[in-house]
Design a protein around this ligand. Structure first.
Ligand SMILES: Cc1cc2nc3c(=O)[nH]c(=O)nc-3n(C[C@H](O)[C@H](O)[C@H](O)COP(=O)(O)OP(=O)(O)OC[C@H]3O[C@@H](n4cnc5c(N)ncnc54)[C@H](O)[C@@H]3O)c2cc1C
Ligand SMILES: *[C@@H]1O[C@H](CO)[C@@H](O)[C@H](O)[C@H]1NC(C)=O
Ligand SMILES: *[C@@H]1O[C@H](CO)[C@@H](O)[C@H](O)[C@H]1NC(C)=O
Ligand SMILES: *[C@@H]1O[C@H](CO)[C@@H](O)[C@H](O)[C@H]1NC(C)=O
Ligand SMILES: *[C@@H]1O[C@H](CO)[C@@H](O)[C@H](O)[C@H]1NC(C)=O
Ligand SMILES: *[C@@H]1O[C@H](CO)[C@@H](O)[C@H](O)[C@H]1NC(C)=O
Ligand SMILES: *[C@@H]1O[C@H](CO)[C@@H](O)[C@H](O)[C@H]1NC(C)=O
Length: 617
């Protein structure tokens, strides 16, 4: 397969946010770096609390662009060069194993990508594509908007590791209620919020009442296979996936899929909240600076390497201009921009996401001392955990081509496979007439109207052996990213994926005429070689992921690998926090976007509480 590498510069953004250029002398209470689910809502909350806040974002504002604003266009959005940052990652330390990933991507040198196992002579290996969105709202602007919340244990783990009870699951629900603007349940449901900024809605599930549809027959078969009543499917599919409750994490059930979009299909994300904050007649002190790459955090020199003082962050160094980062396909070789410093009176908050936050910390002298020494970066704080502990949900799919279409009703099912280590469910799956096999330039493949997929997200991956390490000391370069899939407890996670595939596959034949036969393409190509071992090998080589977390993990005081304390403060320095998906010590359930917006709301509370305490003192 060949894909176009790059067209001309994308059309200028239709930003309503002014590309404000603060005077060199401007100082803010807070500087927030990155406007995704971590940083975006936090900057808005700090400004709404009356603190002057500068939000710096490398990308542009695409809030009015239908590619982003209409949630149905998510695949187009993730491919769009207007915002795309291409990271080329590895899945393991074994180069030969990685080369078996079917969508390995190469640069042919003639302006095209080659994707596949048989590159043309002279093509340069790029790796496995991992797209990110550099734009106001971050990856919440190109994601599919699927919204689910962590298991109670995922929160309680943070409370236990840090001894900070404010992280307990029971206390965290209030943040969900604060941010949510529920559009799918009548007001008053105790699990939900109705006055927040994040709209949530559900897909229409009325098709499930129609017994003569092939997908309803698949649904009923899945009910039978998972101990649910096949006669109840029309109501089971409307269960609320976000409901709080005692046994929800142990419940195998169908649900209606919730997305962070409104009833009209308009994407809801930090972009909306930031723009609403800027437009508010209350004139909150929020400044948004787009097209600006933060190159490092600046410390007060008088506090670095002085006995008796802790290094204090006082601002950031920035390079101004669009497409300065080399992950941006629009980047022009050797392009740079003017470099300057912007100061923060109170704090700097880094929210560049799981790849960029550890890179920014390391470029600022915070990270493993040995790695920093390799790049001649002066150590401000030796924190060996920065960039380590990278985790992600494993994903894999069962793809089949039917004899006729299976229509498009979407089935969402959360279930527990027999060898799951706890009583909790471990697979989040959605089945429908689509294909999803991971990421590469131009994804996904269109197998025609008869394609049918069950996509699986493994909810509690056990490895977290990945890393984000510097490739150079140049802030315009991408870091080196290796997920080290299945490195720890890999056989167990692979077995769980195979068990999931076996269960889902067993429902396909129920589709009935004219959809059958549903000829499987993978993991069991055309029904052959369907041993558990062969399937495990398939998932080992072909699993993909797009929910990276945990590279600046929160942890306890005695934990050498902890990067943050329970209040998001970077250990070993003052005036600096990290608030984004990199802060999760463990992968937060099946989908990180809504959980990271909750984490952001908690960070706002913690930061404002500290400020008030300081002001009172
Ligand atoms: C294709 C795709 C689909 C996804 N689908 C889903 C889904 O359906 N549901 C779900 O829950 N999750 C999904 N995710 C994951 C989810 O979107 C992310 O986990 C989430 O956005 C992470 O938020 P964040 O704030 O940590 O980082 P990000 O969203 O990555 O935001 C970081 C921001 O910081 C900016 N930035 C970075 N470095 C710098 C710098 N040096 N200077 C200035 N700005 C900088 C970036 O431009 C970006 O805007 C998906 C992700 C991808 C890639
Ligand atoms: C947290 O600690 C409590 C009390 O020791 C324990 O009962 C619980 O199982 C722990 N939860 C997790 C997720 O570690
Ligand atoms: C059920 O689906 C069939 C097949 O598409 C269709 O002909 C029929 O009208 C549907 N019934 C209802 C009640 O919608
Ligand atoms: C970029 O810089 C390198 C090294 O200085 C130089 O060799 C190369 O020609 C430059 N490329 C462009 C497009 O200016
Ligand atoms: C680090 O500094 C040393 C001594 O100045 C130099 O020899 C080396 O090339 C530098 N390394 C890098 C990665 O810049
Ligand atoms: C601080 O001291 C350490 C150890 O001597 C050194 O490696 C580091 O470069 C110094 N950092 C700065 C910013 O001077
Ligand atoms: C499946 O395999 C059989 C036997 O090898 C072959 O005849 C058939 O064409 C294959 N079907 C598809 C759809 O690939």
């Amino acid at each position: 397969m060949r894909y176009r590498l790059l067209s001309a510069l994308a059309a200028a953004s239709a930003a309503i946010v002014a590309d404000a250029s603060p005077a060199a002398s401007a100082t803010y209470d807070y500087i927030v770096v990155g406007s995704g689910p971590g940083g975006g809502p936090l900057a808005a909350d700090l400004a709404r609390a009356g603190y002057s806040t500068l939000l710096i974002e490398a990308g542009t504002d695409q809030g009015d662009n239908p590619t982003y604003a209409d949630i149905a266009n998510f695949n187009e959005a993730a491919n769009d060069e207007t915002t795309r940052w291409d990271f080329w990652v590895r899945h393991s330390d074994d180069a030969a194993r990685d080369l078996k990933f079917k969508h390995t991507t190469w640069d042919t040198g003639d302006g095209t990508f080659y994707v596949g196992l048989d590159p043309p002579p002279g093509a340069k290996l790029l790796g496995i594509q991992y797209p990110r969105a550099a734009t106001l709202g971050g990856c919440a602007m190109h994601n599919a908007g699927v919204c689910s919340l962590p298991a109670a244990d995922d929160w309680d783990t943070i409370a236990n590791r840090t001894g900070d009870p404010s992280w307990a699951a029971d206390n965290m629900r209030k943040y969900w209620k604060r941010i949510e603007k529920n559009e799918y349940l009548p007001a008053g449901d105790a699990s939900h919020g109705y006055d927040g900024w994040l709209a949530t809605s559900v897909a229409d599930m009325s098709w499930a009442k129609n017994d003569s549809l092939p997908e309803t027959r698949i649904l009923k078969k899945l009910a039978e296979l998972t101990g649910q009543n096949p006669d109840d499917v029309a109501s089971l599919v409307n269960r609320d996936i976000l409901a709080a409750g005692k046994d929800v994490d142990e419940t195998t059930s169908f649900y209606s899929m919730v997305t962070h979009a409104d009833n009209q299909g308009k994407r809801s994300s930090p972009n909306n909240y930031i723009r609403a904050t800027l437009a508010d007649p209350a004139k909150y002190p929020l400044t948004v600076k787009l097209n600006t790459l933060v190159t490092r955090v600046v410390f007060d020199e008088a506090t670095v390497n002085k006995t008796g003082t802790t290094p204090r962050a006082i601002g950031v160094e920035v390079m101004e201009g669009g497409s300065l980062y080399r992950a941006d396909p629009k980047h022009v070789a050797n392009a740079t921009g003017p470099v300057s410093q912007i100061l923060a009176r109170r704090e700097v908050i880094v929210s560049g996401g799981t790849f960029n936050s550890p890179q920014i910390l390391k470029l600022s002298g915070i990270g493993p001392a040995e790695e920093l020494a390799q790049f001649n970066i002066s150590v401000v704080a030796d924190l060996p955990g920065v960039g380590e502990n990278l985790g992600d949900n494993y994903e894999g799919s069962i793809l089949a081509i039917g004899a006729a279409p299976v229509n498009s009703g979407l089935i969402t099912l959360l279930f527990r496979t027999p060898s799951a280590p706890t009583k909790k469910r471990n697979i989040f799956t959605w089945c429908g007439a689509f294909s999803f096999e991971g990421f590469w330039p131009g994804f996904p493949t269109d197998y025609g109207p008869n394609e049918y997929t069950c996509a699986m997200v493994h909810m509690a991956p056990k490895s977290q052996a990945g890393s984000v390490r510097l490739a150079s000391a140049d802030p315009q370069d991408r870091p080196a990213i290796n997920f080290r899939f299945f490195e720890r407890h890999g056989d167990e996670d692979l077995r769980e994926l195979v068990e999931g595939a076996n269960l889902l596959r067993a429902s396909f034949a129920a589709a009935g005429a004219p959809a059958v036969p549903l000829v499987e393409q993978h993991p069991c190509a055309n029904g052959t070689d369907c041993t558990d071992a062969a399937q495990a090998e398939f998932f080992k080589l072909q699993a993909y992921s797009h929910h990276a977390t945990s590279t600046c993990a929160i942890g306890g005081d005695g934990d050498r690998m902890a990067v943050l304390d329970s209040k998001f403060r970077v250990r070993g320095v003052r005036g600096l926090r990290v608030v984004d998906a990199s802060a999760w010590p463990v992968v937060p359930g099946a989908f990180p976007s809504c959980p990271t917006m909750m984490l952001s709301a908690k960070a706002a509370d913690d930061i404002i509480a500290d400020a008030k305490q300081e002001q009172a003192a």
